[in-house]
Design a protein around this ligand. Structure first.
Ligand SMILES: [Zn+2]
Ligand SMILES: [Zn+2]
Length: 120
């Protein structure tokens, strides 16, 4: 803490200053279609994620309940922002390592791809 991270091209850079809760791996169809597979996301308080660079950041409404933040230059997907609640989900792979975080939960396992074993 604090975490820093960025998309592949660096057009979007951020800092997480608050208490991160842990990593959630989401196996839903939305994540599969946007990330190419399940997506690991770090849950953090919304107001603790500060943008240091955002000139290429665009928000896409991925469902009625959430928006996804991605980079229009490199295509990197960094954020999921649920409309409800006070958490922002940050794609764990975009965080500068080491994170020291653990996976706390797998969600939407019932819709996971059939090419890998269930994480349990
Ligand atoms: Zn980028
Ligand atoms: Zn998902």
């Amino acid at each position: 803490m604090p975490f820093t991270g960025q998309c592949h091209c660096g057009g979007v850079r951020y800092r997480i200053t608050g208490e991160a809760i842990g990593v959630i791996v989401c196996h839903c169809r939305d994540c599969q279609q946007m990330h190419g597979n399940a997506n690991a996301m770090l849950a953090a308080p919304k107001d603790s994620v500060l943008l240091d660079a955002a000139e290429t950041l665009t928000w896409y409404e991925s469902s009625p309940s959430a928006e996804r933040g991605f980079c229009t230059r490199c295509g990197g997907r960094l954020f999921k922002r649920p409309r409800q609640g006070d958490r922002l989900l940050v794609s764990a792979g975009t965080i500068d390592p080491p994170t020291g975080m653990k996976t706390i939960r797998n969600v939407w396992v019932e819709s996971k791809g059939d090419w890998y074993e269930s994480p349990g």
